[in-house]
Structure formats: structure tokens, C-alpha cells
Design a binder for this molecule. Structure first.
Ligand code: GTP
Ligand code: MG
Length: 198
């Protein structure tokens, strides 16, 4: 899929106020600093469409971007960031879970995980929650530029083993990406294009 247009629509913390247009929607979720906003910029080839930062906790709202006038890409706040206050964490959690439970046009979530790290409890729990709520998702391994091909393969094997040992009967669909080296762009966009047609 070619990206012809990518525009910021709105930010808010209330799923009821999200855009009403009934077009397909895809959301990026994952721990803070995993690279959700950077990946949106890489996919759309717009350097600062989504705001990024080296410090975790940058994205704090539900951000809608309209792509090719046909579908929405959504940037969400990260979960699991230790340095925000407890009450802030609760507010985040509430509107993120609300978003996933109530956003009917959401076609699929993408759960981003840093390819360098071992499977984290918080990601496993979140994927399990998505599964229990019948929300389709794929996994995106980010920051692939940080590892050599062998290590990438090894870490994905560890991930598969962990997921299959826990709750999943098969490995969810997954992608390997790097926002800084433009890895995985075509695969991800082609996947979205294909699902949009279904
Ligand atoms: P929050 O909004 O805080 O939840 O974070 P986020 O998941 O949106 O992460 P963001 O895109 O802001 O990126 C966090 C940091 O990781 C930034 O310093 C990025 O430059 C860096 N980063 C993101 N993607 C990549 C990547 O593919 N490779 C490398 N090397 N760094 C990356
Ligand atoms: Mg962000």
C-alpha cells in the first residue's frame, strides 16, 4: 500500500469523543518507549506526525491519524511506565481499556514489544486481556536495528515458546520492524491493506 496522505485528526482521552466516521481503525499499544509513535512516523514517512521522545511517557492521549482518507491509525499512551503517579496510571489504564472495549470500528490492535527484551509479564497480561475480550491483535517487534539477525531469530523463538507455553495455541501474527532503518514497512502496510479489503 502506498501512503498518499496522513493527517492528524484529534487527540482526546475519551473514546466517546473519538472520530465518528465508520472507517477501519488500527491501534498501536505497548509499553512506554517501545516505539509506537516512531513507527507511525516511519510507516507514513512523516518525520513528526506523531510526537516521539527518548523519555518514556510522551504520548498521553488517544491520537487519531487519518491515512489515505480511508482508515485511521491510532497512537496510544504506553502502559507500564513506572515514573508516572499512581492516579495518572489508573486514568491511563481506564481510558485505554475503555478504548479497546468500546471502539467498534477497531479492526486490529498491534502490540509493540522491544525485540531486545525477554517476554515481559505486563505484555503477556495485556495480550491475554485482548484475547479474553475478543480483540484481534498482531505483535510488532520493534527496534530490530539494535540486534543482529541471529539474535532477532533467537529472541523471537523465546517469545514464541513463552506465548505457546502460557495461553496461546498458536503464535499470533507478528512483524519485525525498525523505525530508524525502515524495516518492516511494506509488510505491515500490505497486511493492513489486505485486512481492509476483507
Ligand atoms: P510513549 O509515547 O512514551 O509511550 O513511547 P513510544 O512507544 O511512542 O516511543 P517513541 O516512538 O516515542 O520512541 C521512544 C524512543 O525509542 C525514542 O528515543 C526513539 O527514537 C527510539 N526508537 C523508536 N523506534 C526505534 C527503532 O526502531 N530503532 C531505534 N534504534 N530506536 C527507536
Ligand atoms: Mg508515543
Amino acid at each position: 500500500m502506498k501512503i498518499k496522505s496522513a493527517t492528524f485528526v484529534m487527540s482526546n482521552s475519551d473514546v466517546a469523543k473519538c472520530p465518528k466516521e465508520p472507517i477501519p481503525e488500527y491501534a498501536f499499544i505497548g509499553r512506554s518507549n517501545v516505539g509506537k509513535s516512531s513507527l507511525i512516523n516511519m510507516l507514513t514517512q512523516r518525520k513528526s506526525l506523531a510526537k516521539t521522545s527518548g523519555r518514556p511517557g510522551k504520548t498521553q492521549l488517544i491520537n487519531h491519524f487519518k491515512i489515505n482518507d480511508e482508515w485511521f491509525l491510532v497512537d496510544l499512551p504506553g502502559y507500564g511506565y513506572a515514573r508516572v503517579s499512581k492516579s495518572q496510571k489508573k486514568t491511563f489504564q481506564k481510558f485505554i481499556t475503555n478504548y479497546f472495549e468500546k471502539r467498534l470500528q477497531l479492526v486490529s490492535a498491534f502490540v509493540l514489544v522491544d525485540i531486545r527484551h525477554e517476554p515481559q509479564k505486563i505484555d503477556m497480561e495485556f495480550m491475554q486481556w485482548l484475547g479474553e475480550n475478543g480483540i484481534p491483535f498482531s505483535i510488532i517487534f520493534t527496534k530490530a536495528d539494535k540486534l543482529k539477525p541471529n539474535a532477532i531469530k533467537q529472541n523471537i523463538d523465546i517469545y514464541k515458546e513463552k506465548l505457546l507455553a502460557d495461553v496461546w495455541e498458536e503464535m499470533p501474527n507478528y512483524f519485525i520492524t525498525s523505525a530508524s532503518k525502515d524495516i518492516g514497512k511494506e509488510e505491515l502496510l500490505d497486511y493492513i491493506a489486505q485486512v481492509n479489503l476483507e
